[in-house]
Design a protein around this ligand. Structure first.
Ligand SMILES: Nc1ncnc2c1ncn2[C@@H]1O[C@H](COP(=O)(O)OP(=O)(O)OP(=O)(O)O)[C@@H](O)[C@H]1O
Ligand SMILES: [Mg+2]
Length: 263
């Protein structure tokens, strides 16, 4: 469960470049809900994930995760209950460690809710989880991660972020750097993990088809706030064209000819 109130992040405070990247944002996410987050460049999507994870200081408001106010908690403490996958496939794994050592490290970091305690059982379970990725990594568990492809690394990063059952899974354009085939594989793994591990997830994406097709709810951000929030029938009935129209409305006439959004 995530409960965010009046969340404000200001960069370059007190200088001429002062900018509110989040401006009094409010968002409540029930346990087990998956939200797609869309919005144009600079809308504040990454800053929202950073503020939840404690990677940027907040100027005001609160972030409650699993019933506890984490607003004052440092990033390393929150990392124990937060799983995170970024756009860059090299960001989520340690290249000079083996696949198995990466997994073992991730298993110690998280809440371990979903993993066995005994070392032998843990290793067996981690190998099973690797096999479930469908990439043959169970046979390469002794190899350094630097030898894996981008798609394999991102699948591994996702497994590491999700397998311990974090309170929240934060995905920031986590398929954007992959070729279409690997993006599809990582998305179908995302669907499976969110469902099988019962995760609460926020997924930032620029792919509006994907944002509509996946997840239980869709949130559109603009200038540090939420300007649209669709779920249930409203989300089911929405089309990419509807989202583009919404984008144009919130951005004003100035951007009315922006065709990139349909790409
Ligand atoms: N470390 C920083 N220092 C100063 N300004 C920042 C910093 N990080 C983000 N910003 C500014 O805050 C605003 C929101 O940025 P953010 O990265 O959250 O946008 P985003 O929605 O993730 O965009 P994108 O789709 O391009 O990833 C932008 O104006 C950005 O320039
Ligand atoms: Mg971003």
């Amino acid at each position: 469960m995530i409960h965010i109130e009046n969340l404000t992040v200001i960069f370059n405070a007190g200088t001429p470049d002062e900018r509110a990247a989040l401006d009094g944002l409010a968002l409540s996410v029930p346990k087990g809900q998956w939200i797609s987050v869309i919005g144009s460049n600079g809308a504040g999507k990454t800053t929202l994930l950073n503020a939840i994870a404690g990677s940027v200081p907040i100027a005001g408001g609160s972030v409650v995760l699993d019933g506890i106010d984490r607003s004052g908690e440092p990033e390393y403490r929150r990392a124990r209950i937060i799983g995170r996958v970024r756009q860059d496939p090299t960001a989520g794994t340690a290249p000079d460690m083996t696949v198995m050592d990466n997994l073992a490290l991730a298993s110690r970091k998280g809440p371990r809710r979903l993993l066995p305690a005994k070392p032998a059982s843990l290793k067996r379970r981690l190998l099973e989880r690797l096999a479930e990725l469908g990439m043959g990594l169970e046979d390469r568990s002794g190899e350094n991660v630097s030898r894996l492809s981008g798609g394999q690394r991102q699948a591994l990063a996702l497994l590491m972020a999700a397998m311990t059952g974090p309170a929240v899974l934060l995905l920031d354009e986590h398929t954007a750097a992959l070729d279409p085939r690997n993006a599809d594989i990582v998305m179908s793994l995302t669907r499976r993990f969110v469902r099988d591990f019962g995760l609460t997830a926020l997924m930032v994406t620029h792919d509006m088809r994907r944002a509509l097709a996946d997840g239980d709810r869709l949130v559109m951000m603009h200038e540090g706030g939420i300007v649209a929030d669709l779920s249930g029938e409203g989300k089911a009935a929405a089309s990419v064209e509807d989202l583009v129209r919404l984008f144009r409305e919130v951005r004003g006439e100035e951007y009315a000819e922006d065709r990139d959004l349909l790409a």
